[in-house]
Design a protein around this ligand. Structure first.
Ligand code: HEM
Length: 477
């Protein structure tokens, strides 16, 4: 019996290894190592690997990684059309695998498409206004000089990454999770456990954690599961905030309390894992580009006469800085399972066949965001890249003479946009404007440059730095 099973397995592996490119299929690159293929290079630095593959094969190719065949599509003008097909391209299967690996969570009916639609309703209109006002209050509370333990004219040091992440994480957690701020130590504990967990997230997703890391991840997850008891957990049916609605939805599905708590950590990461790192890159870019900082300060100065609620609205320079920062650092990998053979059309009219059982990946970070044919010197931070001479937003970018639909895709594609994007922009803006207004903030080393990116984070939303920028700050006199 065992021998038959082994023989069958051997045969399957043999046939699988023999995969060849069929007519109309994308170029196939299996790599040198049997079964594993390109898995190691892909996991180590996805951007470097996929850029190499793009140079070798063009805007579409299929690579083998850990026994899976992954077709990578890098023609940004056809992302919307390809990804709008939710029948042939499934996003639930891979999402389930990641939820199990990262959050130890099993939600059989979780449907990311539906989740985004439901969340969208709660992050716009009056609900968004209320959420933003609660965010502003919470942020100002956290930036109070006594809360930050700041005495007049005394400098305090920190790493910019921790400074931004802790402030925005705490603000977002208080606002989105509807928690009353009555205990700073507990809030700091939640943040620190979250950071411990977040650091290991790429390794959890790739199942490459070692024994010691597994213990750290388990302990952080368990502590967070305990802490994450939102007030709406009291079981009373309410239908106000997005989170209350989500908990209600889980209860209606008959999900047990333990699983509900685990789902809270998933939502904590989805809602708080990106804005803090994004704020770090915005401030980091400003502090290392004096011309950009000057332009933003002038813009803030010019809006001083406006009412506080108007001040955030007309800020074309800051908006360009934010767009440019997100172009350089938003690196989510959009993954789908191909459940039926599917024909796709590239924007140049070429047709390719996707094979059932393979995976499709779209990586906007490589194109359009870092595509040298779309953006000149794509690796450089140019604060006015998204600004026209008349101060309006620059939207016209071209590739080989054809206008590109989107010069940057930080929030996902048309039918899959991040529902929290308006809230995220508002929170980052509020943080940067408040810091610039209330503090003298400077680099400890005036000649410091931005740290490099941690390459293991490609694919997981906003990138994180491999090091940090040391800063000092004090209350403005
Ligand atoms: C700079 C900050 C952020 C960036 C770059 C970002 C980006 C993204 C992207 C790319 C997606 C996936 C879209 C897809 O599935 O294709 C997503 C999903 C989502 N985001 Fe954001 N996001 C940010 C901040 C936030 C914030 C602050 C919130 C809420 C307060 C939020 C709520 C969500 C939700 C609920 C989803 C859907 C998750 C699901 O599939 O279940 N995001 N975001």
């Amino acid at each position: 019996m065992m021998w038959t099973a082994l023989l069958l397995l051997g045969l399957v592996l043999f046939l699988y290894a023999r995969r060849t490119r069929r007519r109309n299929e994308p170029p196939l690159d299996k790599g040198m190592i049997p079964w594993l293929g390109h898995a190691l290079e892909f996991g180590k630095d996805a951007a470097k690997f996929l850029t190499r593959m793009k140079q070798k094969h063009g805007d579409i190719f299929t690579v083998r990684a850990a026994g899976k065949y992954i077709t990578v599509l890098l023609d940004s003008n056809c992302y919307d059309e390809v990804l709008s097909d939710v029948i042939t391209l499934d996003q639930t299967g891979y999402a389930q695998i990641l939820m199990k690996r990262i959050f130890s969570l099993n939600l059989p009916n979780h449907n990311p498409e539906y989740e985004k639609k439901r969340a969208e309703k709660h992050f716009q209109g009056p609900a968004l206004t209320q959420l933003c006002s609660s965010m502003q209050n919470n942020l100002h509370l956290l930036m109070d000089s006594s809360e930050m333990d700041l005495k007049k004219s005394e400098w305090k040091k920190d790493g910019l990454f921790n400074f931004c992440y802790s402030l925005l994480f705490k603000t977002g957690y208080l606002s989105v999770f509807g928690v009353e701020k009555n205990n700073s130590a507990t809030l700091t504990e939640v943040y620190e456990e979250f950071r411990r967990f977040d650091k290991l997230l790429p390794k959890l997703a790739r199942t490459t954690v070692n024994k010691a890391e597994k213990q750290i991840a388990n302990s952080a997850r368990e502590k967070l599961w305990k802490c994450l008891t939102p007030q709406c957990f009291d079981g009373k049916p309410k239908d106000q905030s997005w989170l209350e609605n989500y908990v209600q939805h889980l209860q209606d599905e008959g999900i047990d309390t333990e699983t509900q708590r685990r789902a809270m950590l998933l939502q904590l990461w989805v809602t708080q894992g990106n804005a803090g790192p994004a704020a770090f890159w915005v401030l980091g870019c400003l502090l290392t580009h004096p011309e950009a900082l000057r332009a933003v300060r002038e813009e803030i100065q010019g809006g001083k006469h406006l009412r506080p609620e108007e001040r955030q609205k007309n800020t074309p320079v800051f908006d360009s800085v934010l767009r440019e920062t997100l172009r350089l650092t938003a690196a989510a990998l959009i993954t789908r399972e191909v459940v039926q053979d599917k024909k796709i059309h590239l924007s140049n009219g070429q047709e390719y066949q996707l094979r059932r059982g393979d995976r499709l990946c779209v990586f906007p970070f490589i194109s359009p965001q870092m595509d040298p044919q779309i953006h000149q010197q794509p690796e450089m931070f140019q604060f006015d890249r998204f600004l026209n001479a008349d101060g309006t937003e620059r939207k016209d970018f071209f590739k080989e003479g054809v206008r590109v639909k989107y010069p940057s895709v930080p929030w996902g594609t048309k039918d899959n946009l991040c529902p929290g994007r308006h809230f995220a922009v508002s929170a980052i803006k509020e943080l940067v404007f408040t810091i610039l207004a209330r503090f003298d903030l400077e680099l400890c080393n005036k000649n410091a440059t931005l740290p490099l990116v941690d390459p293991s984070r490609y694919g997981f939303g906003i990138l994180q730095p491999a090091g940090d920028l040391e800063i000092r700050y004090r209350i403005r006199s």
